[in-house]
Design a protein around this ligand. Structure first.
Ligand code: GTP
Ligand code: MG
Length: 170
């Protein structure tokens, strides 16, 4: 059997930007128009096969509603990667995402892979991608645009992150 690397990853971002929808699309290939807001957090796992090893992702999908905000540090603690999600149609969710990225750079694990994900690219967009890309370049973070609804770009986010998780050196 081939060796497995286990990594914790966490999804953060404003309520309703589509964190749970991204996780369900990635893990199960399902999408729900009436996805309920997450309570506290939910947990799913997914295994990715690379030729030399497997990556087992322990995915923590947090609740974006304000009342759960204080729980976030508990969920990003010891995480190898964070997906900070915003809604391409709601400009204020990008500001919230930037605040979260700032918080992660200050309080998160030093080597945490931070990615910014603009979701709902299937809808009319109200955010200029070029500005977001510039922000990400300046801050050394990866940027993806996705649709949890159509599945566009979703696999790529998790693949690109997981490819960075190597086996520990013997
Ligand atoms: P919290 O759990 O409250 O933090 O919200 P969330 O970020 O998990 O959002 P959720 O996945 O529950 O999605 C919120 C709403 O947006 C639901 O009605 C989803 O069906 C819808 N939605 C999510 N992703 C997309 C997308 O890519 N495109 C479209 N059109 N709708 C989406
Ligand atoms: Mg949710």
């Amino acid at each position: 059997s081939i060796p497995t690397v286990q990594k914790k990853i966490v999804l953060l971002g404003q309520s309703s930007v589509g964190k749970s929808s991204l996780v369900y699309q990635f893990c199960k290939g399902e999408f729900f128009e009436n996805q309920e807001p997450t309570i506290g957090a939910s947990f799913l796992t997914k295994e990715l096969d690379f030729s030399t090893h497997k990556v087992s992702l322990q995915i923590w999908d947090t609740a974006g509603q304000e009342r759960y905000e204080s729980l976030a540090p508990m969920y990003y603690r010891k995480a190898a990667a964070a997906l900070v999600v915003f809604d391409l149609n709601e400009a204020y969710t990008l500001n919230k995402a930037k605040d979260k990225i700032q918080e992660l750079s200050t309080n998160g694990e030093p080597n945490m892979i931070i990615t910014l994900v603009g979701n709902k690219c299937d809808l009319e967009r109200r955010i200029n991608s070029e500005e977001v890309k510039e922000y990400c370049e300046e801050n050394g973070i990866m940027y993806f645009e996705t649709s949890a609804k159509t599945g566009k770009g979703v696999e790529e986010v998790f693949q690109k992150i997981s490819r960075k998780f190597k086996l520990p050196k013997k």
